[in-house]
Design a protein around this ligand. Structure first.
Ligand code: NIG
Ligand code: FE
Length: 435
């Protein structure tokens, strides 16, 4: 809300004098959403950029965006408390990581040698490793330990330019320990500068106690876990690991239909290892987003495009599993499926860096730098249903943005494997300053 003073030559905006401005950005990428979100097809490549860009922030909101010249004529520069000179630098919206599993205890570095010997993800899981090993450790961990582990991860994510994170339960697999994980997410959301979007993933694996009676575990999820978690307001989304030998299409449908009735929004891990027709199910139940999709068939993908289901691609996972195949991103763009990118951070695939994911997306899935940036900002915001607040730099939106020590966005995948972040601004505050 601008209130122009009638005094003086300049328009002086008394109640909207900025707290912080960024000026002289070599390239400011706004990703503005005027032509609708999420972006599909060619529109994934159309970034709105401003050279010699500037931006002004009041409290936690963006109040101005334009050229440095416009900024200088609009405000009394000398009076602005914090000024960031972004000469030679890139400014973009805060990166959004819309699919992660950050709440766990214990590590799985030993699995690398198993993978090197040729064991697959499911081989390791069937031998009691993988998810089930992390479940054992996470069940034993006190809430405070899970919060501490999560905080360390969020600190690293923030240092690498992520400002909003979706994260899941799924390493408890009992009502009590699933709630413990969601409680850890709730505490972190209150205590950490980053914003967290909580997802219930009780259907992540069949727990050992239900090994020979998986339907009984599904019953527990739908009759006890979902009602309780929904009632306590501990999750916004419900996710399922729908995969051959894990949760079937029928079980996934049952869980997600129940979740929808209880007001949780549906998302699914689909077709990661085997094509189980997960993409078709995702379109049938109108999942907001789906993860993995390495093996999805064309009919399923076309149905997803039709239903507007977002494909959240997780190239860190095939990278860590040393697979030759990545999700068919180019085909998805051709089919006009909205694509988002995420780290999938979990004890099998441990990276906090969306910069790394952008590089993998370009080098292994042939996304262009512009498409990868769209997928990590505005489309990622859509994947967690927060596109009205974040994902682009627009007046009125949250002031979540990153200053990178590079001249343009092509550098994000080009200069890979190092942290290019100069400053992170979250909710209008400088939370990382590497200069
Ligand atoms: O998305 N595939 C299922 N779940 C996670 C991995 C969890 C784990 O291995 O601990 C994923 O990759
Ligand atoms: Fe995942």
């Amino acid at each position: 809300m601008f209130v122009a003073s009638t005094y003086g030559k300049k328009e002086i905006f008394s109640i909207t004098d900025p707290d912080l401005v960024i000026f002289h950005a070599n390239e400011l990428v706004t990703m503005n959403t005027r032509y609708g979100a999420p972006r599909i097809g060619n529109s994934m490549s159309k970034l709105a950029t401003i050279n010699d860009g500037a931006l002004a922030i009041k409290a936690d909101r963006i109040i101005f965006i334009g050229s440095t010249e416009e900024l200088m004529s609009k405000y009394e520069f000398g009076k602005i408390p914090t000024k960031i000179d972004a000469t030679h630098k890139l400014v973009i919206p805060g990166l959004i990581d819309p699919h992660t599993h950050i709440i766990f205890d214990g590590t799985r570095e030993d699995e690398l040698s198993m993978k090197l010997k040729g064991m697959t993800y499911l081989d390791i899981l069937n031998e009691g490793g993988g998810i089930l090993k992390t479940v054992q450790e996470t069940r034993k961990a006190p809430l405070e330990k899970l919060v501490k582990n999560g905080k360390d991860i969020l600190d690293r994510m923030m240092n690498y330019g992520t400002t909003t994170v979706e994260t899941k339960s799924g390493y408890g697999l009992t009502t009590e320990s699933e709630i413990k994980q969601l409680e850890a997410i709730r505490i972190l959301n209150e205590e950490h500068p980053l914003d967290l979007i909580p997802t219930f993933l009780g259907a992540h694996a069949i727990p050992p106690e239900f090994k020979n009676k998986p339907d009984k575990y599904v019953e527990l999820i739908v009759t006890e876990m979902i009602p309780k978690i929904a009632k306590e307001g501990l999750a916004e989304f419900c996710d399922v690991f729908c995969e051959k030998g894990i949760f079937s299409i029928k079980q996934t449908r049952k869980i997600l239909k129940t979740a929808i009735r209880y007001g949780l929004r549906p998302q699914i891990h689909i077709d990661e290892i085997v094509d189980t027709n997960g993409a078709l199910l995702a379109s049938e139940i109108r999942a907001i987003q789906t993860g993995h999709l390495l093996k999805s068939n064309e009919d399923g993908l076309k149905a997803m495009a039709e239903a507007g289901v977002i494909a959240t691609l997780l190239p860190g996972t095939p990278f860590c599993l040393m697979l030759d195949d990545y999700a068919p991103a180019r085909k998805m763009i051709e089919f006009e499926i909205p694509i988002a990118l995420a780290t999938d951070l979990n004890p099998n695939c441990w990276t906090e860096s969306m910069q790394m994911i952008i590089a993998l997306a370009c080098y292994h899935m042939k996304l262009t730098p512009a498409e990868a940036l769209t997928a990590s900002t505005i489309n990622a915001a859509c994947a967690i249903q927060k596109q009205d607040e974040i994902g682009s730099l627009e007046i009125g939106k949250k002031a979540d943005l990153i200053v990178f020590d590079v001249p343009n966005y092509y550098f994000l995948p080009y200069h890979f494997g190092v942290n290019l972040v100069s400053k992170v601004i979250k909710n209008g505050k400088i939370v990382v300053d590497n200069d």
